[in-house]
Design a protein around this ligand. Structure first.
Ligand SMILES: Nc1ncnc2c1ncn2[C@@H]1O[C@H](COP(=O)(O)OP(=O)(O)OP(=O)(O)O)[C@@H](O)[C@H]1O
Ligand SMILES: [Mg+2]
Length: 366
């Protein structure tokens, strides 16, 4: 097992910059997920760690050793791809043991390892089958098994679940987490699915256009996004972004959302935001769960205001309520028993203890 360090990693394909200077320290045994939209450089980063792609600039260290010029087969890493890349003419057992046989590992040692790993993955009954006799989820396990038996320093996963249907994805997500809890191998996992990222990762790395936007635990990214990109990317339904002005009167601050809607900034945020009074391009970021029906008791930091409900989406455990503000759509998560109706005025409650003030010009959360 080993730590992985990326130092100012750059990758240009001819004149196309794919990765534009990434610094990242991944601890031994850590499970790190790279997430971001299509084309942001996730696969390129993973392939550079694997040695499948030359790096244009920077340094990669695995287990403290500089590996820039070490070929892939000598890096002691195992990669699981989206398409699994199993050998169709080999049985599951042969697929899983292939790397070990190449390395001339003794036969009884191979038997022992394949059996143990097949047990962990629940594929002990399938060892004599060929890949075409397996379901998608079973193939995915074999691909993981093939990586695990090699007992590498680092696992690299590139969207390993994206070929599976929604239900199986959720199931395999849990399986991957269980396997990591057992084997504790340092893992770098790529996905464009923020839910997958949040559920699997010790730390999530949000990438955008070849750069890292933010690195943090799932909790940190959700509750303290550093940029408008992270604020909008993490969470579903997405965080509401409402154009606002920041006004001061008698030492208190208010958020002016609309001609007749202004909400008080919680007292504990006043010092932090005071210097932004009167600024243009401010957005109030508030997650849908912090916009609800009104409650019998209102706590300090919570503020009621009236809206005209446009659409409701009853989901059973909650009802999403949509309304417009300054031409933008806003989503609230309400208790179904509040029974808010489309076309009607309704009081909502904004919980501003969880607000984010965002400078749209710089893209920073203030
Ligand atoms: N072999 C290549 N030659 C030229 N450009 C490439 C090559 N591979 C990737 N790119 C470009 O580099 C950028 C990053 O690609 P990359 O495959 O790393 O994205 P990604 O984040 O994995 O996206 P996805 O979620 O779609 O898999 C993209 O703009 C892509 O078009
Ligand atoms: Mg990719």
């Amino acid at each position: 097992m080993a730590q992985v360090n990326l130092r100012k990693i750059v990758k240009d394909y001819d004149d196309v910059p794919a990765v534009r200077g990434i610094d990242l320290d991944i601890a031994d045994k850590e499970f790190v997920v790279l997430v971001g939209p299509s084309g942001c450089g996730k696969t390129t980063t993973l392939r550079m760690i694997a040695g499948l792609e030359d790096i244009t600039d920077g340094e990669i260290l695995i287990g403290g050793d500089l590996v820039n010029d070490v070929p892939p087969k000598d890096r002691d890493i195992a990669m699981v791809f989206q398409n699994y890349a199993l050998y169709p003419h080999m049985t599951v057992h042969e697929n899983m043991s292939f790397g070990l046989r190449l390395k001339k590992v003794p036969k009884d040692e191979i038997q022992r390892r394949v059996k143990a790993v097949a047990g962990i993955l629940g594929i002990g009954e399938l060892l004599e089958r060929k890949p075409k006799q397996l379901s998608g989820g079973q193939r995915q396990r074999v691909a993981m098994g093939r990586a695990i038996v090699r007992n590498p320093k680092v696992f690299l996963f590139d969207e390993p679940l994206s070929n599976l249907d929604a239900k199986l994805r959720v199931h395999m997500r849990t399986e991957i987490k269980k396997v990591h809890q057992k084997v504790r191998t340092t893992t770098v996992y790529v996905t464009h699915d923020q839910v997958e990222a949040m559920t699997l990762a010790d730390r999530v790395v949000v990438m955008n256009a070849g750069l890292i936007e933010q690195v943090g635990t799932p909790h940190e990214l959700y509750h303290s996004p550093a940029t408008i990109f992270v604020a909008g990317f993490i969470g579903s339904p997405a965080m509401n972004m409402m154009r606002c002005g920041l006004e001061e009167s008698a030492g208190a601050l208010r958020l002016r959302l609309h001609g007749d809607i202004s909400l008080p900034v919680p007292a504990e945020r006043v010092a932090r935001y005071r210097s932004h009074v009167g600024k243009a391009n401010l957005l109030l970021g508030l997650r849908p769960e912090h916009l609800t029906e009104t409650r019998a008791q209102t706590l300090p930091g919570q503020a009621p205001f009236d809206v005209t409900v446009e659409v409701t989406e009853p989901l059973g455990m909650e009802t999403l309520v949509f309304f417009s503000l300054n031409g933008g759509e806003v989503c609230a998560r309400t208790n179904p028993s509040a029974n808010l109706q489309p076309g009607k005025r309704a009081p909502l409650l904004a919980d501003l203890r969880y607000m984010h003030l965002i400078d749209e010009a710089s893209g920073r959360v203030l």
